[in-house]
Design a protein around this ligand. Structure first.
Ligand code: PLP
Length: 433
């Protein structure tokens, strides 16, 4: 079996101590047969095209005219706290916890995939000569068509929230396969919105597998495959140009003298992979992408570090994939994402649960924002670069000038989490001090 060849790395992973791993395969070349710029631009156009209809379908989206986007927030407080005095207002949090309707980064990929499927099905029914026939996907005639089709997904929670809610609004029979340990409030929210929730014993991967098998048996069922879906990937990628615009607006250039560091929590790898891939297309070698993974679930690190092309999971190296960061509790990375990340990703840093809870409390107390545990995983990124020996080595090798760098830490979810759950997170934070 393909495995981790370095004993040193294997020992480090098994010790469950957080560390920074630098990707030895980082190259300037792009992976072959990855999605093109045009495909990502198409995904952006698709989201824009349906914005007016989305604004009508979801009251939460009326304020943004149907644009599913999130703010970029400057966080000088966190920067000062970390002692990063060299950089001038250069730390930002990307607030995907505030993405409307779905409350997490999953809104990007999920909405894009379901809208794509709806367009495809509707194109077989609509008069293609009619101008703007595509707008008809929110019509009652289209609902009628979609009601005879199922959109299914396997999910620990956030992907289910995204796919389930948009599919149900369009009129699909929306089915979310969940592991039994998924949070009750997520199941309830889905059921309230007209989604069917099917529970499975076992972990996230087995819920996905069960969903996939049921879908394969049914030609009228579209299964959203978190481990393989290009449509999801493109939806995540479509957010990169918006971020580029936000950085420009904030006066942050990105070029040789002004490197950009982007830190994103990683589960199966689709969301951070899409974001990183598209940012690389925009900024090339001037953007440096790092993923954050739980010490018990570093599936992308393990897959990228493994020799050979075969799939390697965290279980294969003796880790248990048990973490409070439920959005990141994934044992096996998406091979679609890992293949594309191989030459593009700068590295991965791991995070333990007590650090997640510590940082969750810190952002609550200092910034007044409520994130879920998975969503704070990226916050340690800048410190790994500034304070570790490997970080210094990376900066020396890849970055001309660090003093005018920008850090973006992706906060991936939290606004839909009920207040009682946030209070429970904070109580846990105080305990683990
Ligand atoms: C899903 C998720 C991620 C990671 O996305 P993947 O595509 O699984 O890598 C990160 N944070 C939160 C809150 C998520 O729900």
């Amino acid at each position: 079996m393909a495995m981790i060849e370095s004993d040193d790395l294997l020992g480090r992973l098994r010790s469950r101590l957080p560390f920074l791993w630098l990707n030895p395969s980082l190259a300037k070349a792009f992976p072959e047969d990855g999605p093109s710029k045009e495909m990502i631009a198409d995904a952006e156009t698709r989201m824009r095209r349906h914005a007016p209809a989305l604004a009508r379908a979801f009251p939460e989206l009326s304020g943004s005219s149907g644009v599913v986007e999130s703010p970029l927030m400057a966080v000088p407080e966190l920067q000062a706290l970390a002692g990063d005095v060299h950089l001038n207002d250069a730390w930002f949090i990307k607030r995907d916890d505030l993405l409307p309707v779905a409350g997490s980064i999953k809104a990007r990929g999920g909405f894009h995939e379901v809208l794509s499927v709806a367009e495809r099905l509707w194109s077989a029914h609509a008069n293609p000569n009619a101008s703007r026939w595509i707008d008809g996907i929110f019509s009652s005639e289209a609902r009628d068509v979609f009601s005879r089709h199922t959109v299914a997904v396997g999910s620990t929670g956030n992907l289910g929230l995204s796919i389930g809610v948009i599919a149900a609004v369009l009129g699909f029979d929306a089915v979310v396969h969940m592991s039994r340990d998924a949070k009750d409030w997520k199941k309830r929210r889905l059921i309230e919105r007209g989604v069917r929730v099917v529970e499975h014993a076992g972990d996230y991967a087995s819920a996905v597998e069960a969903g996939r098998q049921q879908a394969e048996a049914d030609p009228r069922c579209h299964f959203v495959d978190d481990e393989r879906s290009q449509l999801l990937f493109l939806g995540y990628a479509a957010g990169a140009s918006w971020l580029a615009g936000q950085l420009a607006e904030a006066g942050r250039s990105v070029d040789r003298e002004h490197p950009l560091f982007v830190h994103v929590p990683c589960g199966v790898g689709g969301a951070p992979g899409g974001v990183a891939y598209a940012l690389k297309l925009i900024f090339g070698e001037h953007v440096h992408c790092f993923f954050a993974e739980p010490v018990a679930s570093p599936c992308m690190l393990v897959q990228l570090a493994a020799s050979g092309e075969g799939a390697v999971s965290v279980y294969d190296i003796g880790l248990d994939n048990r973490t409070e960061a439920d959005g990141l509790a994934v044992g096996q990375a998406s091979l679609l994402a890992s293949r594309l990340m191989k030459p593009l990703l700068s590295g991965v840093f791991t995070v333990d649960d007590s650090t997640l809870y510590h940082d969750l409390l810190a952002v609550h107390d200092r910034l007044g924002i409520e994130l879920e545990p998975s969503a704070v995983a990226a916050l340690r990124g800048p410190r790994w670069l500034m304070e570790s020996e490997k970080g210094s080595r990376y900066l020396a090798a890849h970055v001309g000038s660090y003093t005018s760098a920008t850090h973006v830490m992706w906060a991936t979810g939290g606004s839909l989490v009920p207040p009682a759950e946030h209070a429970r997170f904070r109580a846990r934070s105080l305990q683990s001090r």
